[in-house]
Design a protein around this ligand. Sequence first.
Ligand SMILES: [Fe+2]
Ligand SMILES: [Fe+2]
Length: 166
Amino acid sequence: MSKTQENLKAAFAGESQANRKYLAFAKVAEKEGKVNLAKLFRAVAEGETIHALKHLNNTGEVKDSIENIKAAIAGETYEVETMYPGFITQAEEESNGGAKMSFVGAKEVEKTHKAAFEKALSAVEAGKDIPEAQYYICGICGELFEGQVPDNCPVCKAPKDKFYQI
Ligand SMILES: [Fe+2]
Ligand SMILES: [Fe+2]
């Protein structure tokens, strides 16, 4: 990998993280009643997303939908089978309960993501779009629901009034 390719990946990671950090900072500003500061954080966050996407496009990692779904499945599989199990073990060793909870919850949701992408792949490989569906997200843990929603999130037990539609 060339140095510039490495730099593009690093810049994509940094700008992506800046985007999510500024959105988290905006929430704090809102809680503090500083609505204008919140707006500034959200405005700058938008710019960071534009930078992140430009860097990503220049890496060549954004391809057609068949390749993109395969990349998504590979990423979700890595998270479920390798990354989070290792992170969970490490968090246990370091008695970091908060980190462990965060990793365990994410690992469960990544399983749902993996399954959803695997289901999508066959339709897209057949040259079609996937069937229309209603998607809901658990606002507590990020679990994905398609169509009917349960009364409680199976991952974090949150009641369904915490879910929102995409
Ligand atoms: Fe995921
Ligand atoms: Fe949840």
